[in-house]
Design a protein around this ligand. Structure first.
Ligand code: BJW
Length: 243
């Protein structure tokens, strides 16, 4: 179980390995809708209509169109202060750092973050359902698009649907096992395996911090929770860490 009180600030002086998990909340102030709650991305779409392998098989046109629209919408948004702050942390933090994002937008990398990965896929990537090759993709991706690697008409959005295995789980779990600090930013803690990272990190001895607009489903597992918009909380936290 987590400690009852936050560890003293001196702990920051001794930490070297940081793992950060980000969710839709970090991109909310850039104008990208979150998934759950009022005005959520799926308010007009039932999640099971757009985000399962079964839905893709049933109505590929609907699913591809949904992701085409979201890929196009990336052109209209820019990274916010929270993305910029994490990119600064990436540049200036001399210890180990891994930013694991559940987001399929590219705002972390556009802000300049490099030590990061997308565990739920990327809007600007296509996946071949036949040979599993992933490739950068711009513009629309109509159903039946041909994979340049294997020639099959099997390209689909490179999105991890419910029931599919998220990317790079071994690398994430290895980083969590080494982490001195695990920070979760703007995620509801409703979707596994990401929702379980806090317990894994705690189990291996990491301090745990949640930055969110409101308490997440897994809030009780964190040693410390700070509530507020990511655009305010994240730059303040990064300033404190870089001291
Ligand atoms: C702010 C803010 C601001 C707002 N500042 N904060 C029963 C029990 C347990 C698990 C399962 C179960 N049945 C099935 C499962 C597994 C399933 C699962 O978790 N289901 C749950 C619904 C229960 N998971 C899976 O299937 C995953 N695969 C899997 O488990 O494989 C097997 C496996 C086994 C063992 C090890 C490893 C794997 C795959 C999950 C794929 C998720 N894909 C999606 C879709 C992406 C494509 C798309 O974009 O359309 O990923 S679902 C969606 O949810 C998306 C997100 O990445 C993910 C998480 O959402 P997120 O980011 O937390 O957003 P929200 O909207 O939920 O929350 C926003 C938060 O921001 C809120 O907290 C706000 O307060 C906050 N916020 N504004 C700061 N300004």
């Amino acid at each position: 179980m987590p400690l009852s009180f936050p560890r003293p600030a001196i702990y920051i002086l001794h930490m070297r390995n940081i793992v950060i998990l980000t969710g839709a909340g970090i991109s909310a102030e850039s104008g990208i809708a979150t998934f759950r709650g009022p005005g959520g991305l799926w308010e007009g779409h039932r999640v099971e209509d757009v985000c399962t392998p079964e839905a893709l098989a049933r109505d590929a046109a609907l699913v591809h169109r949904f992701y085409d629209l979201r890929r196009a919408a990336l052109e209209t948004v820019v990274p916010n202060a929270a993305h910029q702050a994490l990119a600064r942390l990436d540049r200036e933090w001399a210890g180990e750092l891994l930013i694991v994002t559940q987001n399929v937008d590219d705002l972390h990398e556009r802000a300049g973050a490099r030590r990061m990965l997308h565990m739920h896929g990327e809007l600007r990537s296509a996946l071949c359902a036949n040979c599993e090759e992933r490739r950068s993709w711009a513009g629309t991706l109509p159903p039946g698009s041909v994979c340049p690697a294997c020639g099959a008409a099997a390209l689909r959005p490179d999105i991890v649907f419910f029931g599919e295995m998220p990317y790079q789980m071994e690398r994430i779990e290895a980083a969590l096992a080494q982490a001195d600090l695990f920070v979760s930013i703007g995620t509801s803690g409703a979707v596994y395996p990401a929702a379980g990272f806090v317990r894994l990190a705690s189990h291996y001895g990491a301090a745990t911090l949640e930055l969110n607009l409101e308490r997440s489903e897994g809030s009780a597992w964190f040693e410390e929770t700070r509530l507020g918009p990511a655009g305010v909380l994240v730059p303040a936290w990064v300033d404190a860490v870089l001291g």
